[in-house]
Design a protein around this ligand. Structure first.
Ligand code: ADP
Ligand code: GN1
Ligand code: MG
Length: 366
């Protein structure tokens, strides 16, 4: 508590500190919620330690998120929305910086907690999932005329599945620094058998069929917050990976997380499957906002992108397991392996249902 209190003092919050505690279930940053009292009313702020192992250039990252949120505020206003609730509102430090760097190198940033909001780690209905699709589709639509060249590429090749396979997965297998390959040979084989899937989208970028757009790149359900009373999606959060990318990355990653019939770290893989009602609901929501701007090649690859993003994420979990769990937060030693097995079970189910998934997309009127 003392350490975090010292951090909180660096920011321009108003009121008296009443409480601070850990919050949320992200795998990357360490998130706190701080409550302040002012004139008898409560204000909540989110204070995050930014993961400097994952994000190497925090100045570049914070420049991106400030630029994107200020652009979004303009768009939200133009469209009659409430910018205070519908995009993140960062609080600068008392010295006017976008984040606070401690002497030990840790970096913290702060923003307003969106009042009366919550996030979901799993969806409870196709309707709710459809709303998250609308939110991410609209996010992409609003950023369609953001000057992409001004954005820093925060993690190069973030969704380049072929590069992840060649430059991260294969070296992790051959180095095997933790002597873990023997515990996951089936999963290693599963990845290698699907090597030919890896370059499909990047090849379509290279031959000009798929356009780069400004995308979110981490469209997990818990990166949207919902109104506690109405369950409407209010705001897209976790903007660290907003960069030029593919609409397909955003679509596919949402399906990976939200259309799974269980959590991404459920150990019993017999519970894992892709729920086609959820798939359909998300596709309807996403396409209702972003659909008109997509070209035919993007539409034709929506179902495949769900499989590829699930495969890529499983491969990243497996790579991290082989490397000794240095990237994703884990709660127990085999956590990343459990996640990888879960994602691969989902890939398998999507392979079995690919024709139905394609058919669902074809039947949505754009
Ligand atoms: P990570 O990169 O670790 O996933 P996030 O930025 O997604 O970090 O934050 C973690 C969690 O904190 C979110 O899933 C959400 O539940 C909560 N959260 C973050 N920002 C806000 C906010 N402005 N208002 C309400 N809840 C928030
Ligand atoms: C991480 O930060 P969070 O928990 O929303 C990861 C995503 C993965 C996801 C898997 C910057 O997302 O790419 O898909 O975990 N974010 C980063 O759950 O690597
Ligand atoms: Mg998050």
């Amino acid at each position: 508590m003392e350490d975090i209190k010292h951090i909180l003092e660096q920011f321009n919050f108003s009121g008296e500190l009443a409480d601070v505690s850990l919050f949320g279930s992200g795998h990357i940053n360490t998130t706190h919620i701080a409550t302040y009292y002012k004139n008898g009313s409560k204000r909540h702020y989110i204070v995050q330690k930014i993961n400097s192992g994952v994000f190497k250039d925090i100045d570049a990252l914070m420049d991106n998120v400030f630029a994107v949120t200020s652009f979004l505020r303009g768009k939200i206003k133009e469209n009659g929305g409430d910018p205070e609730r519908e995009t993140l509102h960062f609080i600068k430090t008392r010295e006017g910086s976008k984040y606070y760097a401690c002497e030990n190198g840790d970096c913290y940033r702060a923003y307003k907690f969106v009042d009366n909001s919550k996030s979901y780690d799993s969806v409870e209905s196709p309707e709710l999932f459809e709303k998250s699709g609308i939110a991410f589709g609209r996010f992409q639509k609003y950023l369609s005329d953001f000057p992409a060249v001004t954005l820093n590429e925060i993690i190069p090749d973030f969704h380049n599945t072929a590069a992840r396979f060649e430059n991260e997965f294969l070296p992790a297998v051959s180095k095997d620094i933790c002597d873990r390959v023997k515990t996951c040979q089936n999963e290693v084989d599963f990845v290698i058998e699907r090597k030919s899937d890896c370059p499909r989208l990047v090849n379509l970028i290279d031959n000009g069929s798929l356009p780069l757009r400004v995308t979110h790149n981490d469209t997990k359900l818990n990166n949207v917050i919902f109104d506690c009373d109405t369950d409407e999606a209010i705001c897209v959060i976790d903007l660290d990976t907003v960069m030029p990318g593919l609409a397909l990355y955003d679509f596919g990653d949402s399906i990976r997380f939200g259309a799974n019939t269980c959590a991404e770290d459920e150990k019993d893989t017999s519970k894992v499957s892709v729920d086609l009602d959820y798939f359909k609901a998300y596709a309807r929501g996403f396409l209702s906002e972003a659909g008109k701007s997509l070209n035919q090649c993007e539409i034709d690859n929506l179902a495949f992108s769900a499989k590829l993003m699930t495969f890529e994420c499983g491969m990243r979990f497996l790579t991290d397991y082989l490397n000794g769990d240095t990237y994703f937060k884990t709660a127990y030693p085999e956590h990343n392996l459990v996640r990888a097995k879960n994602q691969f079970a989902l890939v398998k189910d999507m392979e079995d249902k690919m024709d139905e998934m394609e058919e669902i997309i074809k039947n949505i009127k754009i």
